[in-house]
Ligand binder design. Structure first.
Ligand code: SF4
Length: 220
């Protein structure tokens, strides 16, 4: 069984498929506690959830007619049966599955040979107070279909992101996205920093869903 707090169809607000429709599956619980977390409600012990089988989730996706699947949380890779769910999805060539993971969990068990999911790995910066949990070993196993994402709260976060990008030469191995913590560092200031540092090969991304709907709205 998988502990699911919500399923819905919407556009991907971020990532390589931003703007495209996707089936969202949000899992309960997280091992981190970021200062700016916008899904704390999904992480608490007493958060209501439904136990779903992998087959139920697969059938829901197929019935929706939408081929992108975004599995998020919380931290979805902590679910005991997440491997079995991903294996089931991987058997269906029509589906494009993306996992949004917080960067603290080993991705190696999910690197299937055929139709593996793509990973969006967060790198939690100092502003989150969770940077000591980052598992940079994961960078050995990612490619251009995957993404490393940095959410910056302030200028110090931006420069920490820069040093991580350079240290692991991330732009040579994967897609790199910079995002601002909503309501903190402004996107305009981020662009100025990117210009100042002549930052090539890195994307600024805005969380599109927070501009389309009320930023607090769930299920979009
Ligand atoms: S990793 Fe994500 S879900 Fe977990 S506390 Fe941080 S922002 Fe929230």
């Amino acid at each position: 069984m998988l502990e699911v707090v919500e399923t819905f169809v919407s556009i991907n607000g971020e990532g390589q498929k931003a703007g495209q429709l996707a089936c969202f599956i949000r899992m309960k619980g997280c091992n981190l506690n970021c200062t700016y977390c916008d899904t704390k409600w999904a992480n608490q012990e007493d958060t209501p959830f439904q136990n779903k089988t992998k087959e139920e989730l697969y059938e829901w996706v197929k019935e929706s007619g939408v081929k992108n699947v975004t599995i998020t949380g919380g931290e979805p890779l902590l679910q005991k049966e997440i491997g079995a769910l991903l294996e089931l999805f991987a058997k269906d060539d029509e589906l494009n599955v993306e996992i949004e993971t917080n960067g603290s969990v080993d991705i190696r068990p999910f690197l299937f040979e055929k139709n593996a999911p793509s990973f969006t790995l967060d790198y939690k910066l100092g502003g989150s107070k969770m940077d000591s949990f980052m598992l940079v070993e994961n960078y050995k196993y990612i490619s251009n279909k995957d993404t490393v994402k940095f959410v910056c709260k302030d200028e110090a976060d931006f420069y920490q992101a820069l040093s991580v990008i350079k240290k692991y030469q991330l732009t040579n191995i994967t897609k790199v996205y910079l995002s601002t913590a909503f309501g903190e560092l402004s996107p305009k200031d981020m662009v100025e920093l990117m210009k100042k540092e002549k930052l090539n090969g890195v994307h600024l991304q805005l969380q599109m869903h927070k501009y389309i709907w009320n930023p607090e709205k769930k299920g979009v």
